[in-house]
Design a protein around this ligand. Structure first.
Ligand code: ACO
Length: 273
């Protein structure tokens, strides 16, 4: 797996995607859009990967869309290619990442602007460095947070924060991002990798079908009526039952009934067996 603008490492069932244009603050270029879509496909079908972590090389997580190559370049000079890349971005970052079948964590190490926000929002979990700098800078160059960014901030930011930061272009740091619930928590940058990987490891031994159902049930229930959600999750329960050959009931619950472990305090590591 080699990509022009990404590094992808797999270790201990964790697939780590590093946006790797540090000299350009990991601005999301057309090449990066194609690479990211490919990397998500590669990790999706790789059985050695249970959890995906997304981060950036150097000082930045992602300085937003590449204003030079994508907007100043393609948008003006090659509208068809601009349209193709926009579709790739929407499909990969907006849909594939959001509904990725394995848990995903954004590890926000530094600058995160505009188009970097959907990477954080569409990941299931997010951990930031205290020192990271977030900003909706669009207003500073006479634009507004449109497309996926608009939807991302509406999904995950508190209404007052979304409007405050997008109307003013003010920045906020990792600690503030945690206080407002944009990330789960923040830690000093020196501890970021260790803490994030430890969080990822909490999920690598859990049952993959149950992890996927957890995500699907949460995300799709948000968009469904109460009745539809009850029906959908009942069907999901059957899906998990079949995928595990009845494992959660037979072994997950069965071993508790036999006094072998306490699921309130421990995780069963082999419900499927
Ligand atoms: N698009 C294209 N190139 C970028 C971007 C970007 N979003 N961000 C940084 N770069 C490039 C710079 O142009 C520079 O390239 P050069 O060396 O060829 O001149 C290089 O990355 C380093 O950038 P500096 O500005 O020198 O780095 P510094 O650490 O001082 O500042 C910062 C980093 C704050 C991220 C600054 O580069 C910046 O303001 N970037 C734009 C952020 C932004 O507004 N992003 C768009 C959000 S809106 C959207 O995504 C739809």
């Amino acid at each position: 797996m080699t990509y022009k603008t990404l590094l992808v490492d797999i270790k201990d069932k964790i697939g780590k995607i590093t946006l790797n244009r540090p000299e350009k603050r990991n601005a999301y270029s057309p090449q990066m859009a194609d690479d990211f879509a490919q990397a998500l496909d590669d990790l999706r079908y790789n059985d050695d990967v249970a959890v995906v972590v997304i981060t950036g090389a150097g000082e930045a997580f992602c300085a937003g869309m590449d204003l030079k190559e994508l907007f100043f370049g393609l948008k003006q000079n090659n509208p068809k290619e601009y349209d193709r890349i926009s579709r790739v971005v929407t499909a990969s970052r907006g849909r594939t990442l959001r509904y990725f079948p394995k848990p995903t964590i954004a590890m926000v190490n530094g600058f995160c602007f505009g188009g970097g926000f959907p990477l954080v929002e569409c990941s299931d979990l997010a951990v930031a460095a205290d020192e990271a700098t977030f900003g909706l800078s669009e207003i500073n160059f006479g634009m507004f947070p449109g497309g996926q960014v608009a939807r991302s901030i509406a999904n995950i930011m508190r209404p007052r924060d979304a409007l405050l930061y997008s109307l003013t272009g003010r920045t906020f740091n990792g600690k503030e991002a945690a206080d407002m619930g944009f990330v789960n928590f923040s830690v000093p940058r020196a501890k970021l990798e260790e803490v994030t990987m430890s969080l990822a490891r909490e999920m690598t031994d859990k049952d993959p079908a149950a992890l996927k159902a957890t995500k699907d049930s949460y995300r799709f229930s948000l968009e469904q009526s109460w009745e539809a959600s009850m029906s959908y999750t009942a069907a999901k329960e059957q899906e998990v039952f079949v995928a595990q050959n009845g494992g959660w009931l037979k072994n997950g619950v069965g071993d508790f009934v036999e006094g072998k472990y306490k699921p309130g305090l421990q995780s069963h590591t082999g419900v499927k067996k």
